[in-house]
Structure formats: C-alpha cells, structure tokens
Design a protein around this ligand. Sequence first.
Ligand SMILES: CC(C)(COP(=O)(O)OP(=O)(O)OC[C@H]1O[C@@H](n2cnc3c(N)ncnc32)[C@H](O)[C@@H]1OP(=O)(O)O)[C@@H](O)C(=O)NCCC(=O)NCCS
Length: 176
Amino acid sequence: MTDNIRVVRLAQDYEFKSFDCGNQDLNSFLLSDSKAYAKRLLSVTYILETDEDIVAYFSVSNDKISVPDSDKATWRKIKSLFPHSKHRSDYPAVKIGRLAVNGKYRNNGIGSDILDFVKDLFITDNRTGCSFVTVDALREAIPFYQKNGFKYLDKTAIETESDTCLMYYDLTQLVD
Ligand SMILES: CC(C)(COP(=O)(O)OP(=O)(O)OC[C@H]1O[C@@H](n2cnc3c(N)ncnc32)[C@H](O)[C@@H]1OP(=O)(O)O)[C@@H](O)C(=O)NCCC(=O)NCCS
C-alpha cells in the first residue's frame, strides 16, 4: 500500500488530487491555504502522493522554543543539553504546523516516516541552526507524537481545556 509514494515540495502550479484526513481544518488548509502560505514564505508544504491521490502532507516553518513556553523543570532539562556557555533563553526550532495522513493510508507508519524525514531534513545539510522540532499537537494525536519521541514542553498545559498541546523533539540527540 505504501509503494510508489513520492515526496514533492508544494509549488504554485501543483494540481491537487483527492485528500481526506477526516479533519476539515487540515483538509482545507491543504486545498485552500497552503499555496498562499508558501507565497508569503510563511510555511513550506511537502506532499506525499501517488498517481491517484495525496497520501499525506505536512507544513513546516521556522520556530523557537523559549522560557515562557516551558515549565521550569523541562527548561532545566533543555538547558542541560547544552554546555553552560551556550545557555540562553531561547533555542532555534522548526515547527510542524500541520501534518495529516489520508484516512485510507492511516496506521501504516507513514506519519512516523514523515517525522523521521523532518528530523533528518534539519540535521542533514541544514541551512540554519535548528536544535528542536516543535508541534502544537492535537490532543488525539499526542500518543502518536509520544511514540515518536516528542515530549511536553509545558506539562501544566495538559490540564487546560486547550485543543492542542505544545510538544518538542530534541534533534541534538541524533547528532551526538
Ligand atoms: C496522527 C496521524 C498523522 C498519524 O498518522 P499515521 O500514518 O496513522 O501514523 P503511524 O502509522 O506512523 O502511527 C500510528 C500510531 O499512532 C497512534 N495514533 C494515531 N492517531 C491516533 C489517535 N487519534 N489516537 C490514538 N492514537 C493514535 C496509532 O494508535 C498508532 O500507534 P501504534 O503504532 O502503537 O498502533 C494521522 O492519524 C492523522 O492524520 N490524523 C488526523 C490529523 C491529525 O491528528 N494530525 C496531527 C495534527 S497535530
């Protein structure tokens, strides 16, 4: 089922094929907004496709993690990843603004493969420094991100009513 999938970077002349991930906001971002975001340099969208349909997509933007985003214990842990002379109040990151897999292709490891692709993209030939991947994870997707090594940036946010929770992945563990 996952054979013949290619990854393309969304261009203005890209012709969308059918896509439904079951979440209207995520469907509509891809089909209606992603090109405008690309044009304004707000995000870059990558599409996994076959000849027939769009299998999945994700969008990434520059980001940072900083003290106010984090609970104290987590920030201490983050700082401990760096030598004392490199301690600062924020660190560069890449944000996965959107990630969605077509319902037809769910639970085949594609979402996890995309996270591995993003991790690799920002440690291999990266053009700017980037220490972390961040995501505002939808509550229902939190187990998926945890399975892929993401952690809560602010543990106290779990108790709030918010639909999303800020999580991060430490890229430095891949280059040590
Ligand atoms: C979350 C999503 C990207 C995962 O994609 P996928 O290709 O199915 O992911 P994988 O096959 O790599 O991993 C699936 C694992 O995540 C878990 N998972 C995925 N969605 C889940 C959910 N809603 N609730 C609980 N677990 C979930 C599965 O149980 C599975 O775990 P297992 O391997 O231990 O059985 C996909 O379900 C999706 O597009 N969901 C709708 C949009 C969404 O929530 N996007 C995330 C925005 S932050």
